[in-house]
Design a protein around this ligand. Structure first.
Ligand SMILES: [Zn+2]
Length: 231
């Protein structure tokens, strides 16, 4: 099974607008621990308003600077629902403000923000890092690799037996980092959804590359009769 790191590709694409902030800021995201001041990771399970700025068109996956939310268009949701994609809950994300002369006259698509409910865990021993609790009050953790860098090293290795079979999933210790199966890439590629980013989990340098050409890969999968829905 091939898994991918998945999200928006706003840093490598041009022309798509970007959500700068949430309006109003949802109260869950303002909660801070009284002891260590870390943000609490309560997911806002309700509709949100978005303020977008710049660009000349709306993408299917919208980058969000205010908070690392996965925000997808109605088109993406339609793909996922039609093909029974699992591992998420969706909540409306509505454009309430559009700044920039090219974007403000366009009608935005309906967007949704995605709470990832599918789960798999990192194989921390194989990847060479550990997760330390730094605040006993809220349970806030930090990641430390074998060189004492506070980071999660690459490539990502999923612990054997920890994947629950969901098409969209995250690890408990990084609930906002989205992973997915080939089905998500295939649907995005075949339907030419825009501004998607897919990087294989076994990539040693997932951050500085441009992401896969998922449209070409999906067409190749179809040609080679590797449609992931027919396995
Ligand atoms: Zn704390």
């Amino acid at each position: 099974m091939i898994f991918y790191d998945f999200g928006d590709n706003s840093f490598c694409t041009r022309g798509y607008t970007w959500a700068w902030s949430l309006k109003p800021r949802p109260p869950e995201l303002l909660l801070r621990c009284k002891k260590c001041t870390a943000g609490m990771s309560t997911y806002p399970k309700h509709p949100l308003g978005l303020s977008v700025e710049g660009g000349v068109k709306y993408p299917d996956i919208l980058g969000c600077g205010g908070y690392p939310l996965l925000i997808v268009s109605q088109n993406v949701i339609d793909d996922w629902e039609k093909f029974g994609i699992t591992g998420y809950e969706k909540y409306e994300a509505n454009i309430v403000e559009a700044n920039g002369k090219r974007i403000r006259d366009l009608k935005p698509p309906q967007y949704y923000h995605i709470n990832i409910t599918g789960r798999a865990q990192y194989d921390m021993d194989a990847m060479g890092f550990r997760c330390e609790v730094v605040c006993n009050y809220c349970g806030h953790t930090r990641f430390v690799d074998s060189n004492n860098n506070m980071d999660i090293p690459s490539p990502t290795i999923i612990k054997d037996g920890s994947w629950d079979g969901s098409d969209i999933f995250a690890a408990d210790i990084t609930p906002r980092r989205s992973f997915c199966t080939e089905k998500i890439l295939f649907l995005a590629g075949m339907n030419e959804r825009t501004n998607c980013r897919f990087v294989p989990l076994d990539d040693k340098d997932p951050v500085s590359n441009k992401g896969l050409d998922y449209k070409a890969i999906a067409k190749r999968m179809l040609r080679e009769t590797r449609n992931p829905f027919e396995k």
